[in-house]
Write a protein that binds this ligand. Structure first.
Ligand code: ADP
Length: 257
């Protein structure tokens, strides 16, 4: 089992024989809000449908921001290593990984054999992270999972010039008061996240192929904007938010042998 206790969400997966993902659970609670307990409860209920109990798990690796707070793991491994592990497993030709989570952005370089060569992280600031998008969705009276479909409707994205969440929020409110269509504001927000993330990615360097991991990769609008900004295709798994947990579970399988 791999459990990724993030700042915003906790993700847990169970792999059988190191490759078959037999069950998964995501709860919108992170390290500070007993996310691990809630994710394990959800997982345990799902496994019960297949007559499997948590006692049958042979080895558990915990990763993520809250991994040190979780006592139920056999080992703790950093989220950088776990994301690298899962991405290399799924996309062996990927050398640059952009991971946008709830509270930070990381860019990783992987070597040919999937080793973590180098990485860069944004400063501890909400701008350009999942938290930023969650706040903006709230201001627009929509939900984060609705942003991608609004982005697809946009014909003329607005310009968001502030990089700070607080000032960007004022800009968004001002666009709303001028009756800008919500889809153009959403696309403008995605473009601003992409600009910021692309800047960080270029500082480390872009070595193709490129992949995105983390919960924000579920937002097709951010992926669209980032592909435009970097002029490259970005590989995104439908399990992007589970990458840390999957990497942890692969490590768990390797350690259990
Ligand atoms: P962390 O590991 O820091 O908790 P995650 O990688 O789990 O972060 O990402 C959490 C973020 O993912 C949320 O803040 C939210 O913005 C984004 N997210 C989660 N689900 C979706 C979704 N269905 N569509 C768009 N964004 C999503």
């Amino acid at each position: 089992m791999g459990i990724d206790i993030g700042s915003t969400a906790t993700k847990v997966v169970v792999l059988q024989d190191g490759y078959e993902l037999i069950q998964q659970a995501i709860v919108p609670f992170g390290a500070g809000t007993s996310g691990a307990d809630q994710a394990l409860k959800k997982l345990s209920d799902l496994l019960a449908n297949d007559n499997i109990s948590l006692d049958q798990i042979t080895y558990t690796v915990a990763t993520g921001y809250g991994r040190q707070l979780f006592s139920g793991a056999d080992k703790q491994i950093s989220e950088l290593s776990c994301h690298a592990k899962a991405i290399h497993h799924i996309y062996p030709n990927v050398h640059t990984v952009i991971d946008i989570g709830g509270q930070d952005v990381k860019v990783l370089h992987l070597s040919k054999n999937g080793q973590l060569d180098n990485f860069i992280m944004n400063e501890k600031c909400a701008a350009g992270t999942g938290r930023f998008l969650d706040v903006m969705a709230g201001v627009l009276e929509t939900t984060t999972d609705n942003l991608a479909s609004l982005d697809r409707l946009s014909s003329s994205p607005v310009e968001i010039s502030s990089t700070c969440t607080v000032f960007a929020e004022s800009e968004v409110i001002s666009y709303l008061s001028y009756k800008q269509p919500i889809e153009n504001i959403v696309a403008g927000i995605h473009n601003s996240v992409a600009k910021r993330t692309a800047g960080l990615t270029r500082r480390l360097g872009i070595v193709e192929d490129v992949a995105m991991s983390g919960g924000v990769a579920k937002n097709g609008g951010v992926v669209r904007a980032l592909e435009q900004e970097l002029s490259t295709h970005i590989n995104v798994s439908q399990n992007s938010q589970l990458m840390g947990a999957i990497g942890a579970a692969i490590y768990a399988y390797e350690k259990s042998k």
